[in-house]
Design a protein around this ligand. Structure first.
Ligand code: NI
Length: 139
């Protein structure tokens, strides 16, 4: 484990006031933890921008199961992505709508392509790729 370092930050008082309001509304107990999370978020973004060899993410899809062709298409696509998809959660939201969350792990480029394919499928009402991290490079 690496050592903890303390450092001072020069910041405009109004900006700091806004930062304090922001982190209070999010429930942070200290500026330090909020700052660490902001830094980690940026590092995770960078992992994805630089095409890290391995990424972890979730792909969320909302669609109507009544569109038979759409359900078949999504199933077919997911079968072709079986090396990438670790787990799938399917919730029947109401009589018509389904929510699916896919947990994926693999090359970041492959994950982005898979998400684009699924989300752009005609009839998908909502789709979102949430890029996470394996956590190995973060403390
Ligand atoms: Ni369903």
């Amino acid at each position: 484990m690496s050592e903890t370092v303390r450092f001072g930050v020069s910041i405009d008082s109004r900006l700091l006031e806004k930062f304090d309001q922001l982190i209070a509304s999010k429930g942070y107990g200290s500026r330090s933890e909020a700052l660490r999370d902001l830094i980690r978020d940026e590092l995770v973004d960078l992992e994805w921008k630089e095409g890290a060899p391995e990424g972890v993410a979730t792909i969320t899809l909302v669609y109507s199961h009544e569109a038979r062709e759409l359900t078949d298409k999504l199933t077919e696509l997911q079968h072709r992505m079986q090396g990438l998809i670790i787990s799938t959660l399917h919730i029947h939201l109401d009589a018509h709508n389904c929510l699916e969350v896919l947990v994926v792990r693999g090359r970041t480029g492959d994950i982005k392509r898979a998400a684009d394919q699924l989300i752009s499928t005609k009839g998908v009402k909502h789709g979102k790729l949430t890029m996470a991290t394996t956590g190995r490079e973060l403390t």
